[in-house]
Design a protein around this ligand. Structure first.
Ligand SMILES: Nc1ncnc2c1ncn2[C@@H]1O[C@H](COP(=O)(O)OP(=O)(O)OP(=O)(O)O)[C@@H](O)[C@H]1O
Length: 249
């Protein structure tokens, strides 16, 4: 089946311009190693430009989740520094948000209530507008009063992306967000994410096991191996076999 993408859903690698509204991210010698095993991440140097779409791949245990936990502020680097938009990151930050593999929705709240969660300080009228806008972005307009159990897996993940978007983050972190979904739903949501990235001008760091997904979505791909950056290259310059070789070699 051939999927024709509208202009704003072209693979990110087709867009070379930096749109510059999202937050830039810099890692300088960032290290986090767990206990005596020495497993973990780093030292890692990485720069993600404002508005860039970066995909991170790597085999199981290569440090992808450790990297996202550091970026999300759940872990503090043991060495080195992380800067978000030029400012040192010292913990969870309001300008970034994380979408996890399993959409952690509150079952007792409606879809609208879930998306509005975290917007308690936003004035009511703006909150309503943000919720509606975010649900529109993920194709769920009109679902405000449904409950999570009335939704499919793909729709639940859309709600968690809408909840992240409603906070208007400068940096959107996604940890294998589509891995629990069937291939068709995953492809559809990946293309929706490209549209959202393009329209919202947000910086994206997307972790995936799927090399083809990384090359389809990312402008740039970073491959981790044993907690170190084994490869950092534009997606356009890479193929799945090359990426696989870099991870195996
Ligand atoms: N809390 C922990 N205590 C000790 N070691 C840990 C801990 N969390 C992760 N590790 C180890 O650190 C390394 C990197 O783990 P991490 O979860 O970041 O990898 P990953 O690439 O996300 O793996 P996966 O794809 O399986 O989720 C692994 O060797 C793992 O066993």
């Amino acid at each position: 089946m051939t999927i024709t993408l509208s202009q704003n859903r072209q693979p990110a690698s087709e867009h070379t311009a930096q749109r510059g509204l999202g937050a830039s991210l810099t890692l300088d010698g960032v290290t986090y190693r767990y206990g005596k095993s020495g497993a973990g991440l780093g030292p890692a140097d990485l720069h993600v430009a404002a508005g860039e779409f970066l995909c991170v791949v790597g085999p199981s245990g290569s440090g992808k989740s450790t990297l996202l936990s550091l970026l999300a502020g759940f872990l503090r680097p043991q060495q080195g520094q992380i800067r978000l938009g030029g400012e040192a990151l010292r913990g969870p930050h309001p300008n970034l948000t994380l979408v996890q593999q399993e959409p952690a929705l509150f079952p007792w709240l409606t879809v609208g209530g879930n998306v509005a969660f975290g917007l308690s300080k936003v004035p009511r009228a703006e909150r309503t507008a943000r919720v509606q806008d975010a649900l529109k972005q993920v194709g769920l307009s009109g679902y405000e009063s449904r409950r999570p159990h009335e939704l499919s897996g793909g729709q639940r993940q859309r709600v968690s992306i809408a909840r992240a978007l409603a906070t208007k983050p400068g940096l959107l972190l996604l940890d294998e967000p589509f891995s629990a979904l069937d291939v068709q739903t995953r492809t559809g949501l990946a293309d929706e994410l490209l549209g959202i990235w393009w329209e919202q001008k947000v910086t994206v760091v997307f972790v995936t096991h799927h090399l083809d997904e990384a090359l389809h979505l990312g402008q740039r791909v970073v491959a981790l191996k044993g907690g170190l950056v084994a490869l950092d290259a534009p997606a356009k310059s890479l193929s799945v076999p090359e990426l696989r070789r870099a991870l195996e070699g």
